[in-house]
Design a protein around this ligand. Structure first.
Ligand SMILES: *[C@@H]1O[C@H](CO)[C@@H](O)[C@H](O)[C@H]1NC(C)=O
Ligand SMILES: *[C@@H]1O[C@H](CO)[C@@H](O)[C@H](O)[C@H]1NC(C)=O
Ligand SMILES: *[C@@H]1O[C@H](CO)[C@@H](O)[C@H](O)[C@H]1NC(C)=O
Length: 974
């Protein structure tokens, strides 16, 4: 201490010494103050004490003359606290490096006083606040690195005054705003790194004029802009160009090849378009990443492109995925560097064979050819690539046998060759791929048995063998797959018992074994698969009871045991309390003790526990009682206005898109979803095509079951029908119309046109099969109330098309098979293939582009005589549908003699006669015979009023709809 006092005294007495001596002191003071304000958990600054000269302290270097602190270098010492303002007392400081610590708070603007600073290194701290514009005064600054902090706000334009700046690093912060174009004045800048911020707006072209640039990275911002045409000439020194994940557009100028020092080019995830340019003579190029743009190519351009890379002998990584590349890959592919480690051309439209000449790529780690149109065989020389870790060729049209290539694949962890046309067997040598965690061989034509060797790959997590022709049994060794999370072996011809050893696969989340010939019972200990979320054993020959242990599966969201021969009582507890989670249909001997549950599940009521029907929810009864006290007219009015409100309110709900489903669904997606259009997935065939059930995987990882209507384009009218349907569906939304999720118009794998509509899947089938169901099991027929509700649903939908759409839409093909039922038996009208807009223009009104106006039996008589399309025509079809619903007789029924239509048959009789033709099962279906019969008679009257021969005398859809609602209300009110 006396030492300091002495110096202070000297300073006071001898001002001439001030410059030399007192600065020592100020620096010591400043450093000690710095130390006192910083938390130093590892005691890194223990050498900082007055026992020694501060120039000997850790991280401190001084000028030779006068012991002035010139640099403070303390990176990676876990120091924390705010940056002490005393730093700005170190007036001779040239270099400040406090990177990789935990400093927080703002950057002190007083640093701007340190006019000798060359280097400020504060990366990887937790600094916040904005960049102080004052730092722009530091004319000698060469390195300014604030990357990996939590800074916000813009880059101050004053930074353009940092005329000596060579390195500006601001990456990984929360900086935003536009990049000041003045930065183009930094003529000495060689390193500009501003990636992973929120910068937006046009990226200034002035920066592409800084010819000293060596490294430019602006990835992961929202920047717009184009690469200037002469770009490569202007930036001759550039080695690294990282523009990925922005919104850059335009073409990639050919001049890029003139930037001959380029080593790393990453333009992925932008909007570059135009043809893929040659990248000639980039001798030191190691990475060329152009994925996810709009680049296009042809066979010729592909040849030029690969040929241009011939001299890039250092190339390690070439990725051009998700572009619009077309044509074939040339043999010059084999001229690529032997140093290649990653090659990816997935998600393009490439055709032809996967080229030969791969043997030389002995350093290759990943090969990705998936989602293209490659044909031919998989080159067997791939087997020589012993460093290969990932091989993806799924979703192509490759054929032939899977080459015997597995022997060398000791590093392979991902093998995906699904959805091709591979035939032959799965060779047992696949067991040599000891590191495999992901194996996808699905949707091929593989036969034979599943080699036991697969089950010795103990790290396997995902196994997909779906949709092949595998037979034989599932060996008990499956129990050794302790890491297995997903196993899909559905759609094969596998048989035998489900091995009880599977209980050991405790990581299993998804087990799908549907559509095989497994028999025996479900292992009783399946409840031990505690992680299970999906269990699908549907469409097998399983027998026995549903094990009660399944009640314990608490994460399950899909349990499908439908279409087996299961029997006995359905468990009642645990997951079985949530009826929406499982599907037990098509098991004729299952039963539930609870009538409501039984009905919802489509299973029998267990015998011996019969209960009287409880017919009406109390809420509805109350509504009815209220209605009773009001005049009928008023009831009509309220119902109609309520109906209106309901419609308006629903639009927003219905228009919610399904999260994660791609907007433009491809042929390949549909092919996978429908299990290659498997017969088992066929829901029905109509005039213009077939409807399949499809299980789509969303990008969110979830799956959803949807219906896919595939147009049969062999029929010349089908395409028009598709357009008509798309046009209509674009314009309509109603709870009783089938929701269309998206459409697909593309080419199939044979290059043929392919059109499909992806729609909501309605699990309860169509009205036709529900009315005319063969089996007479109690509870399986539609009740009177259900039919009335369905009639009201259909009427509201058609009413909406006729009266709430502008221009009105005529469906033209109303019939029971075009009415689908959802899980709550709410009806939705589908098939708008014949529909048309009712234009005000009479000439158009008469044109009948499709020639056909409906289905035999439901067509209005005037159509047969060349009458024009009209809403009355739909009303006739609706009336016929109504009569059919309540008589359970088809208009084509044999008992209707020639010339006697269904409506004539009914109207010839009085009310008692009417009841004789009514569906006998309905008569006692409501609270009393009287109520049921009144309802039936009233509905049939509506049907008759809709089917009079003269179109003008028919009711409108609105009248029919209101009347049906009134019938329901009076029924509930009685
Ligand atoms: C050192 O810095 C502090 C804080 O900025 C200031 O209060 C003090 O006056 C400075 N000391 C000298 C000797 O400049
Ligand atoms: C970054 O700063 C924001 C406010 O500017 C703050 O909410 C956030 O917690 C900070 N993040 C970290 C990691 O310190
Ligand atoms: C390529 O790299 C080597 C070694 O680093 C260097 O000597 C050579 O100049 C570079 N060539 C070009 C064209 O950049």
């Amino acid at each position: 201490m006396t030492h300091i006092r002495l110096i202070l005294l000297l300073c006071f007495l001898l001002p001439r010494f001030h410059e030399i001596l007192c600065n020592i002191d100020t620096d010591t003071d400043a450093l000690l103050s710095f130390k006192s304000q910083v938390s130093d958990p590892t005691n890194a600054l223990s050498s900082w004490s007055l026992h020694s000269n501060h120039c000997t302290w850790k991280g401190v270097t001084c000028s030779k003359l006068g012991n002035k602190v010139q640099s403070l270098t303390l990176p990676g010492l876990s120091l924390s606290g705010k940056l002490p303002p005393h730093l700005s007392n170190l007036t001779y400081l040239h270099s400040l490096d406090l990177s990789n610590n935990n400093f927080h708070g703002q950057i002190p603007k007083d640093l701007a006083h340190l006019s000798l600073l060359n280097v400020i290194q504060l990366s990887s701290n937790n600094l916040s606040g904005t960049l102080p514009p004052q730092l722009g005064h530091l004319h000698r600054l060469q390195v300014l690195d604030f990357s990996v902090n939590n800074l916000t706000g813009p880059i101050p334009p004053s930074f353009a005054n940092l005329s000596s700046l060579e390195n500006l690093s601001l990456a990984t912060n929360g900086l935003e705003g536009e990049i000041p174009s003045e930065l183009g004045n930094l003529r000495n800048l060689s390193f500009l790194q501003i990636s992973a911020n929120n910068f937006s707006g046009q990226f200034p072209t002035s920066i592409f004029n800084i010819s000293s640039l060596v490294f430019l990275s602006v990835t992961e911002n929202n920047l717009e802009g184009e690469l200037p045409q002469n770009f490569g000439h202007v930036l001759p020194n550039l080695k690294n160009l990282h523009l990925a994940s922005n919104m850059f557009e335009g073409i990639i100028p050919n001049s890029i090849s003139n930037a001959s020092h380029l080593q790393y080019i990453d333009l992925a995830h932008n909007k570059f378009h135009g043809s893929i340019p040659p990248f000639s003579n980039l001798k030191n190029l190691t990475h060329l990443i152009l994925g996810n743009n709009f680049l296009s190519s042809t066979t010729l351009l592909n040849f030029q492109f690969f040929d241009s890379l011939r001299n890039s002998t250092q190339l390690q990584d070439l990725r051009i995925y998700e572009n619009h590349l077309a044509g074939e890959l040339p043999s010059s592919f084999a001229n690529l560097s032997a140093n290649l480690q990653h090659f990816c051309v997935s998600y393009n439209s490439l055709t032809g064979n996967i080229p030969q000449g791969m043997k030389k790529f002995e350093n290759i780690i990943s090969l990705s050819f998936e989602n293209n149109f490659f044909t031919g065989e998989l080159p067997s020389e791939i087997g020589a690539l012993h460093n290969l870790q990932q091989l993806q060729v799924q979703n192509n049209r490759l054929s032939g046998e899977i080459p015997k290539m597995f022997g060398n694949f000791t590093n392979l962890y991902l093998l995906a060759i699904g959805n091709n046309q591979f035939s032959g067997i799965i060779h047992q040598s696949i067991g040599q791929c000891k590191r495999l965690t992901f194996l996808d061989l699905a949707m091929n034509r593989l036969g034979g048995t599943i080699p036991r060797e697969i089950f010795q790959i103990s790290g396997l997590r995902i196994l997909n063998l779906e949709g092949n022709s595998l037979h034989g049994s599932l060996p008990p060794e499956v129990g050794t797959l302790k890491q297995l999370e997903t196993m899909n072996i559905s759609g094969n011809q596998l048989s035998g018992n489900i091995p009880k050893e599977m209980e050991a696969c405790s990581m299993l989340k998804s087990l799908v074994m549907a559509r095989n010939k497994f028999n025996g019972s479900i292992p009783t200990n399946f409840g031990k698969l505690a992680s299970l979320e999906t269990l699908d054993l549907s469409s097998n020959d399983l027998t026995g009871r549903i094990p009660e242990s399944l009640e314990k599966l608490q994460y399950i969201h899909t349990l499908n045991l439908s279409f087996n021969h299961l029997e006995g009582e359905v468990p009642m507890k645990g997951l079985f309390m949530s009826l929406t989670k499982f599907d037990l249909r098509g098991n004729n001997n299952l039963c539930s003790p609870n009538k409501e549950t039984a009905q919802k599940l489509g299973v029998l009521l267990c015998v011996g526990k019969k209960k009287r029907k409880i017919l009406l929810p109390i809420v509805l009864a109350v509504v009815g009682a209220t209605a009773l006290s009001i005049s009928t007219l008023f009831v009509f009015w309220t119902m109609m206005s309520r109906e209106k409100k309901r419609k308006e309110g629903e639009i927003s709900v219905l228009s919610t898109p399904l999260q994660g489903l791609p907007q433009n669904i491809s042929y390949g997606d549909i092919r996978i979803a429908t299990n290659n259009f498997a017969a088992e997935n066929l829901l029905g065939k109509g005039g213009f095509g077939s409807v399949y059930m499809g299980v789509f995987s969303f990008s969110t990882g979830e799956t959803a079951t949807l219906a896919v209507k595939v147009l049969d384009l062999q029929q010349s009218k089908a395409s028009k029908s598709f357009n008509a349907e798309c046009e209509v569906l674009k314009n309509v939304r109603h709870r009783n119309l089938v929701k269309v999720i998206t459409s697909c118009s593309s080419l199939d794998y044979n290059g043929e046109e392919f059109k499909a509509l992806v729609m909501q899947f309605l699990p309860n089938g169509n009205l036709d099969e529900n009315i005319h169901r063969e089996d007479e099991k109690s509870g399986s027929f539609l009740t009177l109330m259900q039919r009335l509700n369905i009639a009201i649903d259909v009427a509201s939908a058609v009413d909406y098309l006729h009266h709430d759409c502008d221009p009105p839409i005529v469906h033209c093909d109303l019939k029971p098979s075009n009415v689908l039922l959802d899980e709550n038996m709410v009806a939705r009208v589908t098939d708008f293939g014949l529909a048309r807009f009712l234009s005000q223009n009479t000439s158009e009104k008469q044109s009948s582009t499709l020639g056909l106006k409906g289905s035999i039996g439901y067509i209005a008589p005037e159509y047969g005589q060349g009458g024009k399309t009209s809403t009355e025509g739909d009303v006739y079809s609706f009336g016929t549908l109504l009569l059919e619903m309540f008589t359970a007789k088809k208009p084509s029924d044999e008992m209707f003699k020639e010339g006697l239509s269904l409506n004539k048959f009914v109207s010839a009789m009085d009310e008692n006669e009417v009841l004789k033709v009514a569906d006998g099962r309905l008569i006692n279906d409501f609270e009393s015979w009287k109520q049921s019969s009144k309802c039936i008679v009233d509905v049939i009257k509506v049907g008759l009023c809709c089917t009079t021969d003269q179109p003008k005398k028919r009711w409108s859809m609105r009248e029919a709809s209101s009347k049906l609602q009134a019938i329901k209300h009076s029924m509930l009110a009685l």
